[in-house]
Design a protein around this ligand. Structure first.
Ligand SMILES: C[S@@+](CC[C@H](N)C(=O)[O-])C[C@H]1O[C@@H](n2cnc3c(N)ncnc32)[C@H](O)[C@@H]1O
Length: 247
């Protein structure tokens, strides 16, 4: 049985994907929805607390707006805030983001540790993108925010990259849309390669848990099975959704 947090207005909260910086709701409403989603994670034992530095989140948002080239993205302000806050609170030492296109989703995760929104020190934050041109653009974008190289992009197949990754993975973000046969079903292939490298307490974030639920059914069945994961909660904060799972 799926556990879910639903924002009451998730079906009407809609962004223009080609103008991702346009504000589509009052800041108070965005703060409230994210706060409720984080509280749902806390009450399920998936986050230790719900506190984060909003000024840092907004500094991160401003830097992305000014420095990133984003042809389109489906990451709403609610989703950006939620992903950033989960990283700011859980502070993953190593993070892999799979299928990152121009890098906006990657920096929503890694921006909690690099650039003007940094609130902790990480070891290795990797964005993996299979299309070389997109990987190059994402790397250009990320370098404008993080001169240190802690956050970086690799042009590779995320299944293979994750299989060969030699360090523990503390947070895995899934967004790859795979090939024609698997589509977003590739999430499960990537997770299975990461599984034994993820210590107890690690988090897996899966974008599109709402609008791609059908394609993700094997993945969602796997993470919602207590035999595999300690807990899993679907955050239905916008039309895309984010399934958060705890090792
Ligand atoms: C739909 S985009 C993600 C966009 C993101 N949801 C956003 O709103 O900004 C998915 C990306 O996954 C990449 N991809 C597909 N299969 C992949 C794989 N096996 N490994 C790494 N990246 C992959 C695609 O090239 C594409 O850029």
């Amino acid at each position: 049985m799926a556990k879910e947090y639903h924002a009451p207005d998730w079906e009407t909260y809609r962004m223009d994907t080609t103008h991702p910086h346009v504000r589509i709701e009052p800041m108070d409403r965005e703060r409230e929805t994210t706060g409720q989603a984080l509280e749902a994670l806390r009450s399920e034992g998936m986050l230790p607390h719900t506190h984060y530095d909003e000024k840092k989140l907004l500094a991160h948002r401003k830097a992305v707006e000014e420095l990133f080239e984003i042809p389109w993205t489906a990451i709403t302000h609610r989703m950006q805030r939620t992903i950033w806050a989960i990283n700011a609170i859980s502070q993953p030492r190593n993070m892999i983001a799979a299928g990152i296109f121009c890098g906006n989703t990657f920096i929503s995760n890694s921006g909690a540790a690099v650039g003007p929104g940094a609130v902790y020190t990480a070891n290795d934050l990797v964005g993996v993108e299979i299309l070389p041109n997109e990987a190059e653009r994402a790397e250009r974008n990320v370098r404008r925010i993080d001169p240190t190289g802690v956050a970086h992009i690799v042009a590779a197949d995320a299944v293979e990259f994750t299989r060969n990754y030699s360090e523990p993975i503390n947070l895995l973000y899934l967004d790859a849309d795979g090939d024609e046969a698997r589509g977003k079903g590739i999430y499960l292939d990537i997770l299975l390669q990461a599984f034994d490298k993820m210590p107890k307490g690690s988090l897996v974030l899966a974008h599109n848990s709402v609008n791609c639920a059908d394609r993700l059914k094997h993945y969602l069945a796997f993470v919602r099975d207590p035999a595999n994961m300690a807990n899993s909660l679907n955050l239905v904060i916008d039309g895309e959704g984010l399934e958060v799972s705890l090792m």
